[in-house]
Design a protein around this ligand. Structure first.
Ligand code: MLT
Length: 337
């Protein structure tokens, strides 16, 4: 019997993947595995029994990934499982950044009660909300992983020119041939009317959209951040909005200082909030946990090398040895005995 502790509400369709050999609950003791969405695990004491953590989502900044690797605890994420949901919201963000949809809708509300005059007032007032089309404009996509690649391809389908940057571009990335991939980030900054960021938050990406980066961008650039708050320097983006260097900032990770600022569109981390993506992530996370606990296989781990030796034959047991030097996990060896 395996015990799974749930740190957040997890989709039932995902939990239904567990066989009768599994029990799961939010107050589970002696957990073999943990399933988490956005709860922070940084201050959490892990039980000795816990062998793995699966994040139902892509970002893992709520999990102490390196510390867990040192303890031999495998951390999984679910790359791609919510990519379509995020892509769709990024496309909405692209339109919100271009046309003044939100201020216009807010203004329309103020016309309530105008009776027969309403349509006349609509026609008279609408010119203040004119905004450009995206057709023929250039979108710069920073990070061409599961989400970035979908966004880039969709923008091509919408008639945009797309330029991309990804120092870790996967040979499996399925990119439209019309997307121009640059090896220098400066080229993205110089050539884009719209820039969208799709990279994980880590020490090398924290604050990457800062004063220096913005100074290389086109005047009036529109920036979209559907990845993580700290990728963008609040102070620097506010200054750039004030000067008009950045004409619109759309973020799914609003901080207190950007909420309510003119030309900021702030959404409450809705990227993956669709029933489809919650189901996909939970199903993938459950499958990763089961394959590890039952067979020792490691797929989609962010802190351990991949291991795949198929299913353990009936009557055998899994033995997994994790080899580490002082800093890193260097290999894991799994055997059926
Ligand atoms: C992700 O990291 O997968 C997205 O930001 C959505 C989420 O946090 O659930």
């Amino acid at each position: 019997m395996y015990n799974v502790k749930l740190l957040n509400k997890i989709s039932k369709i995902g939990l239904d993947k567990f066989t009768e050999n599994y029990s799961y609950s939010e107050d589970m003791k002696a957990a073999d595995a943990i399933m988490v969405r956005s709860a922070s695990m940084h201050e959490m004491e892990l039980e000795e029994s816990t062998l793995c953590v699966a994040r139902a989502g892509a970002g893992v900044n709520n999990i102490p990934v390196d510390d867990l690797a040192k303890k031999g605890v495998v951390v999984f994420n679910t790359p791609g499982a919510n990519a379509n949901a995020v892509k769709e919201l990024v496309l909405a963000g692209l339109f919100l950044s271009s046309r003044k949809i939100i201020p216009a809708a807010e203004w329309a509300l103020t016309l309530k009660g105008s009776g027969a005059e309403t349509l006349k007032l609509v026609e008279k007032g609408k010119s203040q909300f004119t905004g450009p089309e995206i057709l023929g404009k250039t979108l710069g996509v920073i990070g061409l992983g599961a989400i970035g690649a979908l966004v880039a391809n969709a923008a091509i389908a919408l008639g945009m020119d797309v330029v991309g940057y990804d120092p870790f571009l996967s040979p499996e990335a399925n990119l439209n041939g019309d997307i121009k991939v640059y090896s220098d980030l400066e080229d993205i900054y110089k050539n884009s009317d719209y820039i969208t960021v799709h990279v994980p938050l880590n020490d090398s990406t924290r604050g990457m959209i800062n004063k220096d980066a913005i100074s290389s961008m086109r005047d009036g650039v529109k920036i979209l951040n559907f990845s993580r708050d700290a990728l963008v320097s609040d102070t620097d983006i506010l200054e750039a909005l004030e000067s008009g260097k950045v004409s619109r900032y759309v973020t799914d990770f609003p901080t207190d200082s950007v909420i309510g600022v003119e030309n900021v569109v702030a959404l409450p981390h809705l990227g993956a909030s669709t029933p489809e993506s919650e189901d996909n992530c939970a199903k993938m996370a459950a499958a990763e946990i089961m394959d590890y606990l039952e067979n020792g296989n490691i797929k989609n781990s962010v802190n351990m090398p991949k291991a795949d030796m198929g299913k353990i034959p009936v009557g055998f047991k899994r033995v997994c040895v994790i080899l580490q030097n002082d800093e890193n996990t260097v290999a894991n060896v799994t055997a059926a005995v």
